[in-house]
Design a protein around this ligand. Sequence first.
Ligand code: GLP
Length: 255
Amino acid sequence: MKLFIENNYNLVSNRAFSLFTNFLPETRVLGLATGNSVVGLYDRICNGFRRKELSLKGVSTLNLDEYFRINRDHPQSFWSYMTTSLFSRTDLQPENIHFPISEGDPVEAAESYNHEIDEVGCPDFQILGIGRNGHIGFNEPGSPRSARTRVIVLSHETAEVIAPPSEFAITMGLKDILESKRIMLIASGREKAEAVSRMIYSPLTYLVPATYLQEHPNVYVVIDREAGALLDLKSFESRSEKFGVFKNGNLIFDI
Ligand code: GLP
């Protein structure tokens, strides 16, 4: 796990964008997350496209999740979020955009997305946020490591934080997320500090789904100082190889 600790959210987004562009040439399938944490990255990708510095024309995308039992055009849907923040502002081709469907029979909806994932292949580069309870995608505490796409009931904790338009969501499972070649997780703010600390320190457990990232060989965690507030940075320095400390005070650890 490579851990990048930046001084603020702006620098987190710059770092995430720089990792994204580094790996873009090797990214045929891009896994996409929604949420506040990835807004800065998506803005930078759109600006890069506008300035003709990058293209997503040959890239296929797989979105992680969507609320279930709502229309995808609902203003709070992840489809609406993605359309506004990325799809309509880049050269992603509509036929290359893969999204879990938000209505109909839950078992059929899940099977259909699993089928799409099997056809497209797991992401070469997966972008992730993290929930305060350690969820990734909508794999809430209790999600098995072997799970594929399914419809879930959101936890009370998550529902309180995000005030969702539905109590149900459809999410790619941990199995497919963890089969991504590279994963970049972005978190900022003090309210994410506990989740980040549990992701890094807790033994692997389905109670904190993000802990499964510990066993993935290519994970990049990009956070600000507040999200890293509960980490013992000194211990990383002594027990692992630190691979760079930069002038503006950001820290990079290989843990
Ligand atoms: C939701 C999404 C996740 C996202 C998380 C964090 O639960 N399903 O994919 O990672 O929110 O969102 P935010 O970045 O807004 O804190």
